[in-house]
Design a protein around this ligand. Structure first.
Ligand code: CO8
Length: 261
């Protein structure tokens, strides 16, 4: 485990990597340094054959309170445009392994957008989501307009981004943005996310990653292209040892021994 300044990484159970955003004094505001560390850590985890799924979390009080306003406030158009400010955020969406966001407390602005980049979102009862950019004279810049609209629908996305009001865990789950609200209690959402990640990591990694790619096609491609992508990936699994092993194990009434090959 590398030592980072703004994040913590650990392996809470076999096959699972846990990345904890760790700038508690700034409520995990996402500055350039934190994001550079996060993307580097995720790239290393993606290349690690021991890991099958990833959990990203923050603290009890804040998943992340947004992009770092203190870092942004004096930047000019030329600065942000020419230096492609925060454009590297989208690297997270190129990670092959499933990413679960375990959200407690504030997930605002870029913090909400980061949670929306995850493949699965679990919310603690105290989770508070929001896209408050409009209140500080700017707009969503990390996918809030696109991913939030896809997750909750146009009318809600408009209302939420145009007012900047917060919404809670229950609303997020009702609207389909989060898959569920977990029980009350310190760290429960992280434990649930780690258990879910462990369950996923125990499957064929090739199948898991192809399945993630296929679902993501639903958000990137037309229906007919997405269906074609799915079918190609489905056919591709027939070139893997894991497909032969999985189906043989079913017929022989035994547990499969996946080798991710
Ligand atoms: N940036 C920098 N510092 C922050 C941020 C932030 N986003 N949020 C909180 N902090 C700091 C505070 O300044 C404070 O520091 P200090 O002790 O030095 O004054 C410390 O964290 C604790 O915060 P508060 O005292 O404010 O704590 P409260 O419990 O009173 O309030 C809130 C918590 C409601 C979360 C409040 O801190 C807040 O409103 N924060 C700002 C939320 C916000 O506006 N976020 C959106 C930022 S814009 C954005 O994210 C754009 C994303 C673009 C992505 C582009 C990708 C390409």
């Amino acid at each position: 485990n590398k030592n980072y300044e703004n994040i913590l990484t650990s392996r809470p159970e076999p096959g699972v990597a846990l990345v904890t955003l760790n700038r508690p004094k700034a409520l995990n505001a996402l500055n350039t340094a934190l994001f550079a560390e996060l993307t580097e850590a995720l790239r290393l985890i993606d290349a690690d054959r021991e890991i099958g799924a990833i959990v990203i979390t923050g603290s009890e009080k804040a998943f992340a309170a947004g992009a770092d306003i203190k870092e942004m406030k004096d930047k000019s158009f030329a600065d942000v445009y020419q230096n492609r400010f925060l454009e590297n955020w989208q690297e997270i969406t190129t990670i092959r392994k499933p990413i679960i966001a375990a959200v407690s407390g504030f997930a605002l602005g870029g913090g909400c957008e980061l949670a929306l980049m995850a493949d699965i979102l679990l919310a603690a009862p105290n989770a508070q989501f929001g896209q408050p950019e409009v209140k500080i004279g700017t707009i969503t810049g990390g996918g809030g307009s696109q991913r939030l609209a896809r997750a909750v629908g146009k009318s809600r996305a408009m209302e939420l981004t145009l007012t900047g009001r917060m919404w809670g865990a229950r609303e997020a789950a009702e609207w389909g943005m989060a898959s569920r609200v977990v029980d009350e209690g310190v760290g429960v959402v992280v434990r649930e996310a780690v258990a879910l990640a462990g369950e996923i990591a125990g499957k064929s990694q090739i199948a898991v990653q192809a399945q993630k790619e296929a679902v993501n096609a639903a958000y990137e491609q037309s229906l007919s292209e997405g269906l074609k992508t799915e079918r190609r990936l489905f056919h591709m699994t027939f070139a893997t040892a894991d497909q032969r092993e999985g189906m043989a194990a079913f017929v022989e009434k035994r547990k499969p021994n996946f080798t991710s090959s």
